[in-house]
Design a protein around this ligand. Structure first.
Ligand SMILES: Nc1ncnc2c1ncn2[C@@H]1O[C@H](COP(=O)(O)OP(=O)(O)O)[C@@H](O)[C@H]1O
Ligand SMILES: [Mg+2]
Length: 307
């Protein structure tokens, strides 16, 4: 069974705004899916569709074979979600909020208290557990909403910008937690703008722009959509005059080759021309570079299409 499956999924808001436009994809269980795209791309709308908070205008979606719009209660037993505006109670303490939401899932109070204590500890909120939510900072609220989403040990977690508003240390903490959940088999559907973190934790990606899902796959697949060349960074006293390169700094050059097999030849050419070599490394495009390249390409294509 797939964790998520969509077929031609679309959402047109009242007023005609096509926020999600005919997207089809599958997500296997246990994956950490990085759902990326600029503001307004349709990411939050997709999460809402997958959680039954919105009904599709067209197409269909299933989460663990459940239709979210038809059967939201059943879905919520196995999914956890944090969206931008997670609702919790300001007049209740952090602990009582978690117990309240835990009991909504049919768990008994003692179990909820045990799980809440462990989660509060894990998210550095143990000292604040008896404090009312109204006295929590934004970052503390964010972490509490993550704890809330995990109270019933969901099989899939939808996280919409879980680290926005967090300081780097808390963000790192949340990312480590996401990784731990994933290694225990929880499927993670993650929207984030923090591409460096995403690259550390995601196993597969979907790139959205203006409602279109225009690229999916693991990082190698996305990388090959940008370029099939390998960039080699070379630090050398000099390189042959006729060698095509981009000068990065004094004695540092980026040279593009067709494959790793061409690297020894490149080294022999430099040494043969009398160059002393200090460093040779094949540079892989980072997720950040891939993202901007593919988004720019998609913008250019959609603008062409609109002309
Ligand atoms: N309730 C709504 N009514 C009308 N338009 C909306 C509503 N929510 C979002 N939109 C629009 O839908 C598009 C996608 O929004 P959203 O899913 O929030 O994108 P993202 O999460 O990628 O930033 C945007 O153009 C946004 O303005
Ligand atoms: Mg959003």
């Amino acid at each position: 069974m797939k964790a998520v499956e969509t077929e031609g999924l679309s959402k047109i808001y009242t007023g005609g705004n096509k926020a999600v436009d005919n997207i089809s994809f599958c997500l296997e269980q246990g994956e950490v899916f990085g759902f990326l795209g600029p503001n307004g791309a349709g990411k939050t709308t997709t999460i809402k569709l997958l959680n039954g908070m919105l009904a599709p205008s067209g197409g269909s979606c299933r989460v663990f074979d459940i239709d979210p719009a038809q059967n939201p209660e059943k879905l919520h037993q196995m999914s956890g979600v944090i969206t931008e505006h997670a609702q919790m109670y300001d007049h209740l303490s952090g602990m009582d909020n978690l117990i309240f939401y835990g009991t909504l899932f049919g768990r008994n109070k003692a179990d909820c208290e045990k799980r809440a204590t462990a989660l509060l500890e894990r998210l550095d909120l143990a000292d604040a557990k008896q404090r009312k939510l109204s006295a929590y900072s934004t970052g503390m609220r964010q972490r509490l909403s993550l704890a809330r989403a995990m109270m019933h040990s969901p099989k899939i977690l939808f996280l919409d910008e879980p680290t926005s508003g967090l300081d780097p240390e808390s963000a790192q903490n949340v990312n480590t937690l996401i990784q731990e959940l994933a290694s225990d088999g929880t499927t993670i559907f993650l929207c984030t703008h923090q591409l460096r973190y995403a690259q550390e934790i995601c196993t597969t990606y979907g790139l959205m722009n203006q409602g279109n899902l225009f690229a999916t796959g693991n990082i190698e697949k996305l990388r090959s959509m940008v370029s099939d060349k390998v960039k080699v960074r070379v630090k050398a006293s000099c390189i042959p005059e006729d060698m095509e390169c981009e000068k990065i700094g004094e004695h540092t050059y980026d040279i593009s080759v067709n494959s790793e097999e061409e690297i020894p030849l490149l080294v022999r050419r430099i040494v043969g021309a009398g160059g002393d070599l200090y460093q040779v490394s094949a540079e892989q495009l980072s997720l950040e570079e891939i993202y901007f390249s593919l988004i720019d390409k998609n913008h250019a294509e959609t603008e062409c299409g609109n002309l």
